[in-house]
Write a protein that binds this ligand. Structure first.
Ligand code: NAD
Length: 407
């Protein structure tokens, strides 16, 4: 099963009328580095893992994208994610191209010392293709600010200079931004409330959120603050619903303390797939890719689907949703708050300016609202879906820059 990005980009390139040579150029990845990463375990035993950095396109600037530690990591999956980063950065008017990296490893059984050594070895192996003007990594699945701190240190040891702008998502004490943690959820909330205001702006719309991790929790808190009613949330182990609206602050605190959503004092508790039967205005997948299959698209009881996760709606699923008159707010817009705040971090690291949270939040809000408006206007003017409009804007910008560079 493919992702929508595999079909929407060729369609968009056709609509833009680019040459077949440029189409091929923009569909292929520019560079991919694969390297064996050695790790000395605490026991003294030496093991090896496969590490990758896949760089899709740099027409707009240095590559940008996360590094994930997960057993499912492959060059193909990273290439798909790197492409998505190119279009997302372009849509958000960031001076970055797209990349993604990772190690095919399950980090859970590793000790902190083993994870530190693995992170360092990865950085040393990938060093020839990284740098603040070349490719700037960030955290992704199973990596975090601590990992970025270790990698920033490894980068500086190898280069002989301290370059905080070589990686983003760092700890605050190393030039990271505290707001990065909530940026993706906050940005998604800005897009959803902008869309709601434009559609009707009346009452308190209802939502379900699939996934209660970093994105899902911050998004739920932000939407609740804006007067949305969160009727149901789920995670990999369970779901909880309350027809009067969940108390998200308390639920988030309890999930932090216990690691689960099984809190019957706050609502009815059931299995994760029970979320599909709750009728809502906005159904928001914020967990896994490809979670909305055609069967599920037929079953969902909602007026809109909002892609807070990357590529949660399959192409076949989207077709059914659109046939049912359910618009989809696309991932390259909805979850772009994280990479946009990474850009602010990179800028601040380069200028040496300390950025405060309020300024970063305001700058993110202004940009998300403006670009969401541009996507909605374009969709309306040309009778297109929101995804088609977003890709027309994003892909055109890269195509123009690529032609300006190479003729
Ligand atoms: P996370 O690991 O913090 O949270 C993921 C959540 O999904 C967890 O609560 C997990 O229990 C839940 N989940 C897993 N399987 C599920 C299932 N079958 N049903 C319901 N819930 C399930 O991850 P995250 O950082 O919140 O990222 C979520 C999604 O958003 C991913 O697709 C990620 O690529 C995308 N994304 C994240 C960011 C970011 O800044 N974190 C930025 C852009 C896109």
């Amino acid at each position: 099963m493919g992702d929508i990005v595999d079909s929407i980009v060729p369609e968009t390139l056709d609509r833009l009328g680019v040459s077949s040579a440029l189409e091929e150029r923009l569909m292929r990845v520019e560079r991919s580095l694969e390297s064996l990463i050695p790790l000395e375990l605490d026991s003294g035993e030496r093991v090896y893992f496969q590490g990758f950095r896949v760089q899709h396109n740099s027409a707009l600037g240095p590559y940008k994208g996360g590094i994930r530690f997960h057993p499912s990591v492959t060059a193909e999956e990273l290439a798909a994610m790197a492409r998505l980063m190119t279009w997302k950065c372009s849509l958000m008017e960031l001076p970055f191209g797209g990349a993604k990296g990772g190690i095919a490893v399950d980090p859970q059984p590793l000790s902190p010392g083993e994870r530190l050594r693995l992170s360092r070895e990865y950085l040393f192996r990938m060093y020839p293709v990284l740098g603040p003007d070349t490719d700037i990594p960030a955290p992704d699945i199973n990596t975090d600010s601590e990992t970025m701190g270790w990698m920033a240190d490894a980068f500086s040891k190898r280069s002989g200079t301290w370059r905080p702008d070589a990686l983003t998502g760092k700890p605050v004490c190393l030039g990271g931004l505290a707001f990065r943690e909530e940026a993706t959820g906050f940005g998604a909330a800005e897009v959803i409330s902008g869309f709601f205001q434009k559609e009707s702006g009346k009452g308190h719309p209802s939502c379900s959120i699939e996934g209660f991790g970093n994105v899902g929790q911050h998004l739920a808190l932000q939407l609740a603050e804006r007067g949305f009613r969160i009727l149901c949330v789920s995670d990999s182990r369970g779901a909880i619903a309350n027809p009067g609206g969940l108390d998200i602050g308390t639920l988030s605190r309890l999930k932090g303390q216990t690691g689960h959503l099984n809190h019957p004092t706050l609502g009815e508790v059931f299995t994760p797939d029970g979320i599909d039967r709750i009728d809502v205005d906005y159904f928001i997948p914020a967990a896994l890719p490809r979670s909305i299959s055609p069967d599920r698209a037929k079953r969902l009881s909602c007026r809109h689907v909002v892609e807070a996760a990357n590529a949660p709606v399959t192409p076949e699923g989207e077709k059914i949703l659109l046939e049912r008159g359910i618009p989809v707010l696309p991932d390259i817009l909805v979850n772009a708050g994280g990479v946009t705040v990474s850009y602010f971090e990179w800028l601040g690291n380069r200028s040496g300016d300390r950025q405060d949270n309020d300024r970063v939040r305001d700058a993110l809000s202004t940009r998300m609202v403006r670009i969401a408006q541009e996507v909605m206007d374009r969709a309306k003017r040309e009778g297109r879906t929101l995804r088609e409009a977003a890709y027309l804007i994003a892909v055109n910008r890269v195509a123009v820059a690529q032609s300006a560079r190479e003729g």
